[in-house]
Unconditional design. Sequence first.
Length: 433
Amino acid sequence: MISDVELKVVVLGLGYIGLPTAAVIARTGAQVLGIDVHQSVVDTVNSGKVHIEEVDLDGLVSGVVARGNLRAATLIEPADVFVIAVPTPLGENHEPNIGYVLKAATNVAAVLKAGDTVILESTSPVGTTEQVRDLLTRLRPDLKAPGNTDGADYAIAYCPERVLPGRILVELIDNDRVIGGITPRCARKALGFYRRFVRGACVTTTARAAEMTKLTENAFRDVNIAFANELSLIADTMGVDVWEVIRLANRHPRVNILQPGPGVGGHCIAVDPWFLVAADRANTPLIRTAREVNDRKTDHVIAQAAALIESMPGASIACLGLAFKANIDDFRESPALKVAAALAERFGSRVKIVEPYAVMLPAEFDGAGAHLIDLDSAIESCSVMVVLVDHDLFRSVPLEERSRKHVLDTRGIWPDQPQRRSPDAAGALRLAS
Ligand code: SAJ
């Protein structure tokens, strides 16, 4: 086995998964090269800084870069292990696009040598790792590919990341890992690599099972959030507080309902279930409907907020939060951003945005007249508050500062807020006086 100090690892893609992964491997003493297509990302990392907000990542990256264990480049170099962590976005008709994975594998092919291990971590449709094998087989006929009857020169495995933004560095180490090999030997080779830095259990399986496992985890969460979001609509119609109902139902020993919100965001839960739908449209009505329920919840919140704002002519409105979830700076696929942008487009400069993780408003607000203000100014100047993200900062606002505000709390962060919901079908809020 190659010692930690001698091990050379290339991580392709220095995003939310690739950069923390590269840094954690570098901390073991390995020589890690991070590859990214963006020169600005490469320059930032080489200067010991980070381009994403993640707890403790800045200190870790500056340390491993200073010690010479992590550097970044746009061009690939030979290594012992290649970890592919590039995006797999949705294309037309919710079809997955694995173009970046195949491009990364093409780059790996150029420097691949006997003894190497290639690991795909990007969330991928079932069969993608086999496509990577087929590509490498075609591009490197001089090497024996995994599955070759007289042995293989290199290994290919699929090992999905499972980390939660905000807890990435902890979960990279503590979470169990599922490692799917193109062959059992490939899985064992990849297992040896993950054991260097993972404290959780590492379980081996086939590449196809590992790919489907990842999609299953995120589809499970999406379906469960859709259930909570559907309950919130029913509760609005019935004039019942959905958070109280969920809290009470969860006292049952076998019930554990998730939380409703303004919809589901981020680049995982709102995207990955479609990979399963695209793979088998005939057998995925539940998964597809859950996606649609969660997307429709955002439209419902826009309608609810618009009704509230229209009932308050001239009032200034504070939209609290743009991020896709609490305490992070990630606005990808964010329902909060979608709601705030729709309100800004409709109500212009009456709309103020409070987002402690933004230095300026994203492009979605261009020309809309809305502007970014801090929480204190919002409390002073806005009589309507639309809570879109459960950032700790917003949770901490005491009742005395908001008791006279008209509030639409889509995250249930202010249970003591004096408001009640009307049972009317439009779902508009009627406020207690
Ligand atoms: N949300 C709710 N109600 C809830 C929980 C979440 O509305 O009760 C919303 C959030 O506000 C957010 C969205 O769902 O908009 C997704 O947030 P999340 O915390 O459920 O998930 P992510 O996208 O941050 O991370 C998920 C995780 N997957 C699972 O929990 C099964 C993480 O472990 C994965 O590594 C990650 O996707 C990924 O990269 O695939």
